[in-house]
Design a protein around this ligand. Structure first.
Ligand code: HEM
Length: 426
């Protein structure tokens, strides 16, 4: 940016058609100074395409009102999954049921599983790895098989199915600048992979249901299944009135896969790069990684992710007029039918909740982060993610002499696509 002019001066001077493209460019290429100016001078910026909400309190306010700020943008991208429902019977029922299945008592075991999977991959790599495909995506894909129980498909397929769903849902919206050709390609790839995922889930549930029936019939004497989430769901019987039939069960099993892979991959790759680029915190993380209590290590990872989150904003459709920041000098009417972007990256640099926001301070108050969203759509898999992400980073950083061979390559897309690392072996 030309330092003599503020972002808002340029924005105000731009022609109507140029305003949103400018905003989008700043969001993508210089987010922190841009959002800082917005928080100070125009905390709610109404652009021709969508409204940016940049202060901590206002972001939380929006995310706490799911019936006013709805997840309508998800609806065409999801096959009636709970995530596309706002505060209704299906969302409450299926989310709470899935939270129950993903028992928090499992979490220490999940961390051990992640550690084992990660170690196995890194040891086989023999000192050189393209970490995005061979580790950041591969570890969660393996966990999806072992812990969630989505067996019988190649990990490369699981990765692909998650990828296109996440790409289309989160990066192919009206406020993403993609050419019509790319837009259509993403939609097509998503449709094609959803079909494959659907066929796979039908096959998986059919087979596993049979196995669960045999297990029951034989009182576990001949067949004793592993304890994984899909098996747990099938071992549990639900009253018909609860409307959780085998089809709903399958949809939710697929959701576990979609949520887990690309999100984790992006977070782990970006945290690794951030730490490699900040020597002081790399050394602190490597020291903390050796301790038996990992609280300090995990705190460094979460603070790194504040600087390089997987997304800088969430998005909602406003369905009834709402006056945001009421009573302040910037109160703004958000109009029904418009998109609103709660800019979570900006919120985590707001002094209201983050003292000295530009400083790297591990062990900040966890509740103020937005790593797993906030409010009624807060991440279903967050307790799994909360051990998977730091444990994956830890397994890389404890490799002797580990260092990057270049930067993350995004290949012009939204996700890390390749990142080479090397370490010494002997
Ligand atoms: C580990 C497996 C994971 C699963 C099964 C999962 C699943 C989900 C589901 C179902 C939702 C929607 C919840 C709702 O609408 O009520 C959600 C939301 C979310 N997840 Fe996850 N997720 C996982 C991992 C992650 C990771 C690793 C991250 C980030 C690093 C993440 C970030 C988010 C965010 C930011 C939201 C909020 C979206 C919004 O408010 O619109 N998730 N996740």
């Amino acid at each position: 940016m030309n330092t003599s002019t503020s972002y808002l001066d340029q924005y105000d001077a731009a022609a109507e058609a140029d305003k949103f493209p400018l905003v989008r460019r700043w969001m993508d290429t210089e987010p922190l100074p841009f959002f800082k100016e917005l928080r100070a001078k125009r905390p709610i910026l109404v652009t021709p395409k969508c409204t940016l909400v940049t202060r901590f309190d206002d972001v939380r306010e929006i995310l706490n009102m799911p019936k006013v700020f709805t997840v309508q943008p998800y609806v065409p991208k999801m096959d009636n999954y709970l995530m596309a429902h706002d505060d209704d019977a299906l969302h409450t029922r299926e989310k709470s049921l899935m939270q129950f299945m993903l028992s928090r008592d499992d979490i220490p075991r999940v961390r051990d599983m992640v550690a084992d999977i990660a170690k196995g991959i890194l040891n086989q790599a023999n000192g050189n790895i393209e970490v995005v495909n061979d580790f950041c995506r591969m570890v969660p894909a393996t966990l999806v098989q072992k812990y969630f129980g989505l067996t019988g498909a190649k990990r490369s397929d699981l990765i692909e199915w998650s990828y296109w769903n996440q790409y289309d849902t989160f990066h192919n919206q009206p406020f993403d600048i993609v050419s019509p050709e790319l837009y259509q390609k993403i939609v097509d790839r998503h449709a094609e992979t959803s079909k494959k995922l659907g066929d796979y889930i039908t096959m998986l549930i059919g087979k596993r249901l049979l196995a669960v029936k045999l297990e029951k019939l034989t009182f576990s004497t001949i067949i004793r299944l592993e304890d994984d989430i899909v098996t747990r769901m099938l071992r549990t019987s639900f009253a018909k009135e609860l409307d959780f039939d085998i089809k709903r069960l399958g949809v939710n099993a697929g959701g576990l896969l979609i949520g887990a892979i690309e999100t984790t991959s992006q977070a782990v790759a970006q945290v690794l790069q951030y730490l490699f680029q900040h020597k002081e915190w790399l050394v602190a993380a490597q020291t903390a990684a050796q301790k038996s209590d990992l609280t300090e290590f995990d705190g460094i990872v979460w603070e790194a992710l504040r600087f390089v989150p997987i997304t800088s904003y969430l998005f909602r459709t406003t369905v009834s007029d709402y006056t945001a920041a009421k009573g302040t000098n910037y109160e703004t009417v958000l109009r029904a039918g418009t998109y609103v972007l709660p800019v979570t990256l900006s919120a985590t640099f707001d002094e209201r909740a983050f003292e000295s926001p530009e400083a790297f301070i591990p062990q900040r108050n966890w509740y103020n982060y937005f790593h797993f969203g906030f409010g009624s759509h807060e991440c279903l898999g967050r307790y799994v993610g909360m051990v998977m992400i730091p444990e994956m980073v830890r397994q890389v950083l404890i490799k002797q002499g580990v260092e990057p061979k270049g930067d993350i390559d995004y290949k012009s897309g939204p996700f890390p696509e390749s990142y080479d690392l090397a370490w010494t072996t002997q």
